[in-house]
Design a protein around this ligand. Structure first.
Ligand SMILES: [Zn+2]
Length: 299
């Protein structure tokens, strides 16, 4: 099974060159965040239905500000980070205070709303930017001695001048497992999913565990079944807030479904031609389910 990585949101855009320091700031794309919301100019609502149960409707288009500095914002951002260059144009991330109002003609939007609305490369960089802003915000002080940290010019790291502890941007690996049994898929829902939506199982990797061990443990814990024949599918950076999703397909090998109390609200075997509501195409979960359905139905 092969997936074109360019089709998965949040990867590195082909025309992007990552850099940490900017010598001569010029006109730039500005990724300004207020918490996890991005500042954009929006078109009118798109009449086409949204594919995301968490997003009631989407705008027809969205644009990022193109500016020479942050002065147009009318405030001093809490932080600014240089991201690099997209097709030769500088890209900056910035964060403003929680109550900061959007400048005239602009609005604050969650990334899910902007999927398939903002330019794909800019959308991918927005996912990168929100993670870096979050990391910068939460690593202002040394985790070992408490001294204020300093950003280095050469690489993406905040270092403690007192004890030299380095804090790199964090990524939390998580395994996703789509379990199949003949022409059925095991899908589950967690209590925080939108009503009626089911997805593949997923869980964070623990210290001391391989991806394969994590998969077997998560599936056993969440639904009480055993699996075999794991096959790697693909991976996706997932900026909610800083995960790397690593997706696998596997075969049921034993056990009956027993949903884990508190974690799994419902779990069932679904015929591939009678699937429930699924996650948006923004996520690797949907790409994984679609690919396996295609494989099983030959369509
Ligand atoms: Zn320190």
């Amino acid at each position: 099974m092969v997936t074109k990585m360019s089709e998965l949101p949040f990867g590195t855009p082909p025309a992007f060159e990552q850099r940490v320091f900017c010598d001569a700031p010029g006109e730039a794309h500005w990724f300004v965040f207020r918490g996890s919301e991005l500042l954009v100019e929006l078109g009118p609502p798109d009449p086409r239905p949204s594919d995301d149960l968490r997003v009631p409707s989407r705008p027809s288009w969205a644009r990022l500000p193109l500016q020479k500095s942050h002065n147009w914002l009318g405030c001093e951002p809490a932080r600014t980070l240089y991201l690099g260059r997209l097709s030769g144009v500088d890209c900056w991330a910035a964060e403003v205070a929680a109550a900061f109002p959007a400048p005239a003609g602009m609005s604050w939007q969650g990334l899910r709303t902007l999927f398939s609305v903002l330019d794909d490369a800019q959308f991918a960089l927005a996912g990168r930017a929100v993670q870096l802003v979050d990391w910068d915000r939460t690593h202002q002080f040394c985790g070992r001695c408490g001294a204020p940290t300093v950003a280095k010019r050469e690489e993406r790291v905040r270092q403690c001048p007192a004890c030299k502890l380095s804090a790199y941007p964090r990524v939390a690996p998580a395994v996703m497992a789509l379990v199949k049994r003949e022409k059925q898929l095991l899908l589950a829902r967690s209590p925080h999913f939108p009503p009626g939506m089911y997805s593949a199982l997923a869980g964070f990797v623990e210290p001391g565990e391989s991806l394969e061990q994590c998969l077997a443990r998560e599936v056993a814990e969440e639904v009480g079944v055993q699996v075999s024949g794991m096959r790697y599918f693909a991976s996706q950076s997932w900026p909610f807030p800083h995960s790397l999703m690593i997706a696998f397909v596997c075969e049921w090998s034993g056990g009956e479904i027993r949903p884990q109390a508190g974690e799994i609200e419902a779990a069932n075997w679904f015929e591939v031609l009678q699937l429930p509501k699924l996650p948006s195409k923004i996520s690797i979960a949907r790409r994984l389910i679609d690919a396996v359905v295609k494989e099983l139905t030959g369509s």
